[in-house]
Design a protein around this ligand. Structure first.
Ligand code: NI
Length: 188
């Protein structure tokens, strides 16, 4: 396995729609393994292929359960905590409710901002062997899936912010290097 370089915004590959995977071969499985290793090394809870410069519709997710994030109440353990997920060609088939979470992104170091998402999503995808599966996600898994599926559609999270917030974010990024205070270190 290998740790891949994470592409930082701005970069064309982050704003390009990735293509459906049609060959479920050893090369794909090696790539998936590298994505998981890269996600762990970077301390992210999710990663999309675009973020390592590859335009295949592949995402990886692993959300560690922590008894308490900074300043937050004890977090309920969900079925999806501490599980390793690989989604190839994922499609959101249904959404429900509304949820706002302070998101981060490995391609936007030190930027954390609230984004409006659906509270629940139903996803249909394939694993790295080409086996189809369906999944119903809530909470942070639902947020993470929407964030990562946006990535493979060439959409980054500042595109989901209001114009005001997106402009503030761009200014923050322009003076990158300045310490930015944040309460939530979750990056995807
Ligand atoms: Ni991201």
């Amino acid at each position: 396995m290998a740790v891949l370089d994470v592409v930082l915004w701005p970069a064309p590959v982050l704003e390009t729609r990735a293509s459906e995977v049609s060959e479920f071969n050893a090369g794909l499985r090696q790539f998936v393994a590298n994505m998981h290793e890269t996600m762990h090394a970077a301390g992210g809870i999710g990663l999309a292929a675009n973020q390592v410069g590859d335009l295949r519709r592949v995402i990886t997710i692993e959300i560690p359960w922590s008894e308490a994030r900074d300043g937050e109440e004890l977090e309920a353990k969900e079925w999806w905590h501490n599980k390793t997920f690989t989604f190839v060609n994922p499609v959101i088939t249904k959404k429900a409710g509304k949820f706002k979470f302070q998101e981060g992104c490995l391609s936007f170091p030190d930027l954390f901002e609230f984004v409006d998402r659906a509270a629940e999503v139903w996803v249909s995808a394939k694993d790295e062997h080409g086996k189809p599966f369906e999944l119903h996600a809530n909470g942070l898994l639902a947020v993470c899936l929407q964030h990562e599926i946006d990535h493979i559609d060439g959409i980054v999270f500042i595109d989901r912010m209001s114009r005001l917030k997106a402009n503030m974010a761009r200014k923050k990024l322009a003076r990158r290097g300045a310490p930015i205070t944040t309460t939530d270190p979750v990056k995807a």
